[in-house]
Ligand binder design. Structure first.
Ligand code: NAD
Ligand code: ISE
Length: 351
């Protein structure tokens, strides 16, 4: 079966997903697209085989020639399109965030539970990256002992001056929130934000860099450095420290492949990817391959679930509260732990 896909939002990542579904992966065809920027949608349609350009996301979902929906529009619009897809009984791949508030995510959990079938997959693509997958195996198979702590870094080359600390948490740290939960197979129960000396490249309203600390159910501590103006490239790091060893992500070479380290002339060097598209290209391809295969085989979505999307949004919200000083601190005014207020996990998401 060829899965007929409708795409809502053809900006940076939406257009890249249309390319991936149209030219990289087998088993899918993009039959409909939309964007509030009509010219952008029309340009993407022309480049990739002329899917129908609809006036709205609702029209894409209702199109009888669409079996499944990709939501890649701005975060605040995700809820209505995910709920619309669930109501239409169509599988939906939603780019992160699932929705921008815990309440909106909860409405999606309730709608999907009522539908009685897992229709939603959230775009946490790092779960499909070869390096992160190897880390997950190392965390679970005893080769480094029981995980005790982890160090992570998320470094972006640059962000526009309009990006605030809150936006950086919701947009970027959310990936470490997801991989922490996934790698350790535990929920995050508390968070803390530490604010070091600010980079002179940081615009007003942006704490850059910042260190976010997660504490999990069993007490594992994860520190995550977020730097969004490093200039030199896109640099993603992760290391899990266990009782008897540690496992570290390779630096992730060009095209998301294994890094090559070149040693010559008294030096040693490896390439740094330019951006997330380059670093995680293989992971994006794989998350969509799995999504398409599940749909074609009539299986429920097996990727990151609505619960994962809900948990990520709640933890990110706790990080923003921590940034604003909600935590208890020995020094006063933040820098202490902020509890993560997760609702009970419905039985539907424990299967
Ligand atoms: P973007 O601004 O480049 O593109 C978003 C597009 O959505 C724009 O073209 C905009 O006109 C369109 N749009 C907005 N509201 C719409 C609506 N109601 N209906 C139709 N189109 C609408 O942004 P982007 O970087 O492509 O990000 C899009 C989403 O993907 C965001 O949620 C972002 O967090 C996520 N994202 C995920 C990753 C990842 O690594 N998984 C990377 C980048 C972006
Ligand atoms: C972007 O939106 C992404 O999701 C990328 O994966 C992330 O690394 C980047 O920091 C975000 O801006």
């Amino acid at each position: 079966m060829t899965v007929r896909v409708g795409v809502i939002g053809t900006g940076m990542i939406g257009a890249d997903h249309v390319r991936r579904l149209s030219t990289v992966l087998a088993g899918a065809v993009v039959t409909a697209i939309t964007d509030v920027d009509k010219d952008r949608a029309a340009a993407v349609a022309e480049r990739f085989g002329g899917p129908t350009v609809h006036a709205s996301g609702e029209d894409v979902i209702a199109d009888a020639g669409v079996d499944a929906v990709v939501v890649a529009s701005w975060g605040p619009t995700h809820e209505e399109y995910v709920l619309g897809s669930i109501a239409a009984g169509k599988p939906v791949f939603c780019e992160k965030p699932l929705a921008t508030t815990p309440e909106a995510c909860s409405r999606i959990l309730d709608a999907e539970t009522a539908a009685g079938r897992r229709l939603v997959q959230v775009g946490f693509m790092r779960r499909y990256d070869a390096g992160y997958s190897a880390l997950k195996v190392a965390a679970a198979n005893g080769s480094i002992g029981v995980p005790l702590l982890a160090h992570m870094a998320h470094r972006n080359p640059a962000v526009p001056p309009t990006v605030t600390s809150e936006m950086a948490i919701n947009d970027s740290v959310v990936h470490e929130i997801d991989v922490t939960r996934w790698l350790l197979n535990e929920e995050i129960t508390a968070v803390m934000i530490l604010s070091p000396k600010r980079s002179r490249k940081a615009a007003p309203g942006l704490q850059d860099p910042m260190v976010v600390v997660f504490r999990t159910e069993s007490g594992v501590l994860v520190d995550d450095e977020l730097s969004v103006n490093v200039g030199y490239g896109y640099d993603i790091q992760a290391e899990i420290v266990g009782e008897s060893g540690n496992a570290r992500l390779g630096s992730g070479g060009l095209s998301g492949g294994a890094p090559i380290v070149v040693t010559n002339d008294g030096g040693r060097a490896s390439a740094v990817p330019a951006d997330w598209r380059e670093r995680f290209i293989g992971a994006y391809d794989e998350e969509f391959r799995v999504w398409i295969d599940d749909i074609a085989a009539g299986r429920e979505a097996s990727g990151p679930s609505s619960w994962d999307g809900y948990a990520a949004t709640v933890v990110a919200g706790a990080c923003v509260s921590a940034l604003h000083g909600a935590g208890e601190s020995a020094f006063g005014g933040g820098g202490g732990w902020t509890t993560v207020p997760l609702r009970d996990r419905p039985g539907f998401y424990r299967r």
